[in-house]
Design a protein around this ligand. Structure first.
Ligand code: 5GP
Length: 238
């Protein structure tokens, strides 16, 4: 398919395209494609990109206001934003407040078990290897990043958890778990929260009914994805 923008396409992932906007900035386009189980299940769902862009921009703006350093600069249009260009650290940081998804499968615990404190886990970002889990020690041994940066990543991930969980609680949503990614800015090597924060990368449950408003609706064929994602827009009043 033709590219939507006239800028140089640097990278195309499963849900986003990344273009060079200028020497230090990227344009990030949110696609309508949705995938699950490492790309085994695939669909194109009209408007998914726009909704995820809107939710992501909203959360990044909130985090920027709260003093977190994120790559988000400003919206470009209804399906893309401008972000600081970073060199990606190939890790997925998973923060969990309740048991769900792969955690339940791994340990045989029931979905919805509430944790006494947030659990921070890591996966190696590698499609070919299917994003295997990795320990902190292995991250350091493989020199994926330094000890100082890894400690910063953990403390930022916990702060983000507090900010987003408190914010969502006020609109009746439980932040069950989510995935974060980090990079070092091309301009000055600053550690930045990158990628997206959306119903594709988080689990959001209704606080009363435990109904999912996230990609589990698609993964588990339990309803209409756009209806679920639109519920988040409504609760956030955006
Ligand atoms: P789980 O490990 O239970 O599959 O995922 C935990 C959380 O991280 C979920 O909110 C899930 O959406 C997110 N997550 C983990 N890995 C990925 C990934 O590769 N892509 C996306 N979009 N989200 C992920």
């Amino acid at each position: 398919m033709e590219n939507e923008y006239e800028f140089e396409l640097l990278y195309e992932g499963k849900a986003k395209k990344v273009y060079k906007y200028n020497d230090y900035e990227l344009l990030i386009e949110f696609k309508d494609d949705v995938t699950a189980f490492n790309g085994v299940k695939k669909n194109n769902i009209v408007n998914k990109g726009k909704i995820n862009k809107k939710i992501s921009s909203h959360f990044f703006e909130l985090l920027n206001q709260e003093g977190m350093n994120t790559h988000y600069i400003r919206d470009y249009d209804d399906k893309a934003f401008i972000a600081k260009w970073t060199n990606l650290i190939p890790l997925e940081v998973i923060v969990r407040n309740y048991a769900a998804g792969s955690f339940c499968k791994r340990y045989g615990v029931p979905k919805g078990y509430k944790f006494d404190f947030p659990l921070v886990e890591f996966s190696l970002k590698n499609d070919e290897l299917k994003d295997p889990m990795i320990t902190k020690e292995a991250i350091l041994l493989l020199k994926i990043t330094s000890k100082e940066i890894l400690e910063d990543i953990i403390s930022i991930s916990k702060k983000v958890n507090k900010i987003l969980s408190d914010y969502l609680e006020k609109v009746g949503i439980i932040l069950v778990d989510y995935k974060l990614e980090f990079g070092l800015s091309k301009e000055n090597n600053q550690l930045l929260l990158i990628d997206e924060i959306s119903p594709d990368t988080c689990r959001f449950w209704d606080a009363k009914t435990m109904e999912s408003f996230d990609k589990d609706v698609y993964r588990e064929d339990k309803g209409d994805l756009i209806t679920a994602y639109t519920e988040i827009l409504g609760r956030l009043k955006i």
